[in-house]
Design a protein around this ligand. Sequence first.
Ligand code: SAM
Length: 262
Amino acid sequence: MSSHKAKKKFGQNFLVDQQIIADIVSAIRPEPDDNMVEIGPGLGALTRPLLKRLNHLHVVEIDRDIIARLENDYPQEAASRKLTIHAGDALAFDFATLPAPLRIVGNLPYNISSPLLFHFAAYTERVTDMHFMLQNEVVERMVAEHSTPAYGRLSVMLQYRFYMEKLLDVPPESFRPAPKVDSAIVRMIPLPIAEIAVKNERLYAQIVSAAFGQRRKTLRNTLRDHLDEAAFAELGIDSQLRAENLAVEDFIRVANYLNDRV
Ligand code: SAM
């Protein structure tokens, strides 16, 4: 087949550094019987070594040219049902149709990485772990601790549900074409349902959005529709602080307090 021209609209930056690819696969530690799905297999940089270690692999890919290429490159795997190709948008894909417990991996298209993370978060009960390549700046925000510059809505919305760890820095020259940004591999392990302390996830999301909506303002301002001074005092939270100063546990306490009060 002719060579594939990378498409910007699909966030196509293909991994070419064999050492990095090997490091990613060893961090994932695939076991033959794992139920695994790869998002955006592209030209197969990760697909190939994963298929070597797994009895079966699902992939979800949006680009028709790439799908044709995968069918051409892996005729045996596709025929023997070792590889199942799902053509379509991962953002619209129902991961509940795949066997559980599921492991999700992928070098994600950076232009849709946050919506993808939130989409995967809907399936945490079925998921063992997830390993993703993302923009390093996004990974830093995911794992950031409170009162640090990278801490924000993404940190608070993911940390109450996942244990997360940055595993590996990946420089631009590991890809073709090279992205303009640094990348990193992150591991996300869903917390057991019993350990998720948030009682009302919609209310939690609402409080987090309100608090970070105007990052520079005090909580007294941003949460004025939800908490008065007496409520701040009862919670033991200084209303002069800003959202970035509140730990995830504090956001959980605020949301649960409001949930119990109504
Ligand atoms: N896994 C390959 C690698 O590491 O070289 C390719 C990674 S590339 C950064 C992202 C891949 O995701 C591309 O193959 C792209 O076509 C695919 N993709 C982009 N948007 C997608 C979407 N919404 N759903 C599924 N796949 C998508």
